[in-house]
Design a protein around this ligand. Structure first.
Ligand SMILES: [Zn+2]
Length: 263
């Protein structure tokens, strides 16, 4: 697990699995964690890492969307409250225990042992909207297309965008399954990219769900590549060209999955 300060008020902790990130943001005496590392040892170390950095223990655990690898922070901070988009709260309500089941399957595959996950209290947040932290606030942007739920978080005073599972330089855009599957999800994904574009253009750092933290120029380039790919996916399906640097076998499999979902 790696920890890097992006700003005096923002630390990003990167898991050894999935290059997943947990972003810790503070303002005055308040701090939040956004998303989570994945491995049990990393979650065990997280509280002391935050303390050593001189940050207060997070009172809020923001999650960008309900996929299991993003909702593990209660294992590190069981006292804190989860805050998420209303769409994510609705998904958690509609699929009770889904995150826990996905985590159990995942742990069984990798023979990982850990305590059961309890999400505790979940506070739905209005998205688009603002979320107060200390003397300042976070801006919440709707982010759907990868899944039917979700939000991205803009930390204005630090110029950091926490994008959820968007703007990854190592993974092709993957469109979600479920309601609105297919072309509708491509449109939702493209709309999310347009919504995030002004923040990306204003950002010092963009934290994707998975993969390296990006500077503004690189993030703008990824946004452009993703848009081009998704438009081609809608128009040409299987024949759509994958973004440069994201053409490995694993990425081509994700592309095939997208093609199947578009139908
Ligand atoms: Zn993810």
């Amino acid at each position: 697990m790696r920890a890097v300060a992006l700003h005096r008020d923002v630390i990003v902790v990167t898991s050894q699995l999935f290059q997943a990130h947990c972003t810790i943001v503070r303002n005055d005496a308040e701090s939040f964690a956004i998303d989570s590392p994945v491995l049990p040892e990393e979650l065990e170390l997280l509280a002391s890492l935050v303390e050593q950095a001189g940050f207060p223990a997070p009172q809020g655990l923001l999650v960008t969307h309900a996929d299991f690898d993003h909702v593990l922070a209660p294992l590190a901070f069981p006292e804190a409250t989860i805050g998420c988009a209303q769409s994510t709260a609705a998904r958690l309500r509609a699929e009770p225990g889904a995150a826990q089941r996905a985590l159990r399957n995942f742990d069984e595959q990798l023979q990982i042992e850990r305590a059961p996950l309890s999400l505790g209290t979940v506070q739905p947040l209005a998205v688009p909207g603002r979320c107060a932290i200390g003397a300042d606030e976070l801006q919440l942007h709707e982010a759907t297309g990868h899944t039917v739920d979700g939000m991205a978080v803009w930390i204005g005073w630090a110029r950091v965008l926490v994008a959820g599972d968007y703007l990854s330089s190592i993974e092709v855009p993957t469109i979600g399954e479920g309601e609105g599957e297919g072309e509708g999800m491509i449109d939702a994904y493209l709309a999310t990219l347009e919504r995030l574009a002004p923040s990306v253009a204003d950002a010092e750092h963009v934290v994707p769900g998975h993969g390296p933290v990006l500077d503004r120029a690189r993030a703008l380039a990824v946004l452009d590549e993703d848009r081009t790919y998704l438009i081609a996916l809608g128009e040409r399906g299987e024949d759509a060209e994958l973004p440069p640097g994201r053409r490995s076998k694993a990425q081509r499999e994700l592309h095939a999955q997208n093609v199947a979902r578009v139908g």
